[in-house]
Design a protein around this ligand. Sequence first.
Ligand SMILES: Cc1cc2nc3c(=O)[nH]c(=O)nc-3n(C[C@H](O)[C@H](O)[C@H](O)COP(=O)(O)OP(=O)(O)OC[C@H]3O[C@@H](n4cnc5c(N)ncnc54)[C@H](O)[C@@H]3O)c2cc1C
Length: 526
Amino acid sequence: MFDYIIIGAGSAGCVLANRLSEDPAVKVLLLEAGPRDWHPFIHMPAGVAKLVNQKGVNWDYNTAAEPNLNQRALWWPRGKVLGGSSSINAMCYIRGVSGDYEDWAAQGATGWHWDNVLPYFKKSEGNVRGTDAFHGSDGPLSVSDLRYTNPLSQAFIDASLQIGLAHNRDFNGAVQDGVGFYQVTQREGARCSAALAYLDPARQRPNLTVHTGAVVSRVTFDGLRASGVTYAMRGQAFHQPAAREVIVSGGAINSPQLLMLSGIGPADDLRRHGIPVIADRADVGGNLQDHLDICTLFHSTERVTYDRISDIKTAFDYYLRGRRGPGTSNVAEAGGFARSQLAPDDRADIQFHFVPAMLDDHGRNRLPGDGYTLHACFLRPRSRGRLSLVSNRAGDKPRIEANYLGDAEGFDLKMMVECAKLSREILAQKAFDRYRGAPIFPARNDLDDAGLAEFVRAKAESVYHPVGTCRMGSDADAVVDPQLRVNGVEGLRVIDASVMPCLIGGNTNAPTIMIAERAADLIKAA
Ligand SMILES: Cc1cc2nc3c(=O)[nH]c(=O)nc-3n(C[C@H](O)[C@H](O)[C@H](O)COP(=O)(O)OP(=O)(O)OC[C@H]3O[C@@H](n4cnc5c(N)ncnc54)[C@H](O)[C@@H]3O)c2cc1C
């Protein structure tokens, strides 16, 4: 019998497995649908560019046809492997700003103010730059400076300074605004996923059991109390009871899907799929939010880009030369935060990721020649989407209606146009003169706002931050309460990116790890 069963060994699940099994008297089972994280491209940072084609470690979701994006279905990669999405992400280490967590608290996430969460960011963090008021240096998640950067990334920083943006060495310090190189979740030149940071040091504990290739299909109930899980592994079905709690950490897509398959969700929908209703919870799967992103691409006249790097050569070089060189690059090396003219408060509302390569369709469409890409996304979108079941079978992917640009005021579209304009301005600066070739996307440099809006509808993509589908709050409709317990049942929590009430201003891995660190303490104190 296990005390806790954790579903999903992703960013959150690995933290929980480690922290809960710190007490030798507590028995923990961690079930992960994907395989072990053996693939070398997971560990060599530049392998991130190749992981887009590794079907075996990816849930490979697509949204439904998006009405405001020319009916395009957008690709949503999600990690299906030990470490979850932290094993396939771009490693940028970002937390958002204090106001983001004040927003959470204002939306009913009592106890998740900035002052409450900062200690957990620091607890998780092993920053090579050492400890200060904002940073920790002895936590399990290694945070490092890049060992290798491309000259084009420096050109992006110089160009941003030329339009008046500030230089920022630390986006997670006192000020987020400005541009610079990202700090990355790497340890000595290799990816530091949640599995490496949290699971590896705990794997030998006799009270922690980890199964890979174990796909959970249901949480089972004894009345209203979560009693265990059913899962399939190596072609066999299992039922495993839990003595204390079941913890769902399947991520922003799979967690609400699993709740609904288990009878917790909008009752009419569940009945339509023949699922017995345990708790009628209309908001499960709702409140879906993501950062929509627009890429501006130019050809490069110099062959310094990463377009022509031979992957095998890079890999040999990386492994033989002691994790040095381009293999250590997270590809999205530089970036930063800017305040648009529409920003409603003193927070940056646009984030950049600069890529010294041509990135079309997430890198799945290889363009000829050399080029560079500037990603820009609006950080606090107002549109909300929904995720719903298509059947009662765990193997069927849920329907994802992201509803990008769907807000009634059209603010999200205006902001995406701002993103495209600012990107164009940066790439037009002197710092790029020696590299700038012909424009690729958009094909012209002189589009007006209407033209840029069309460009956004035709080309915008996800920058991989879906959250909010098991919203935390203090109201009766919230999916989980501020202790992350699922409302309407007992013995069940959701702990992952899906509980965020709203998106933070930045990437979502570090905030998800923070959530799990704090949740572990909440569970221990219960
Ligand atoms: C391509 C990409 C690039 C990104 N880049 C960055 C970045 O640079 N910086 C950053 O901060 N964030 C980045 N992110 C986002 C960040 O990685 C995620 O927000 C974060 O990892 C989410 O953590 P999670 O625990 O909610 O879910 P995940 O890490 O996705 O974990 C969920 C786990 O649960 C498992 N699972 C799901 N369902 C079941 C089931 N039924 N049974 C068993 N197991 C199950 C999954 O296989 C997975 O391992 C990126 C994401 C992607 C996909």
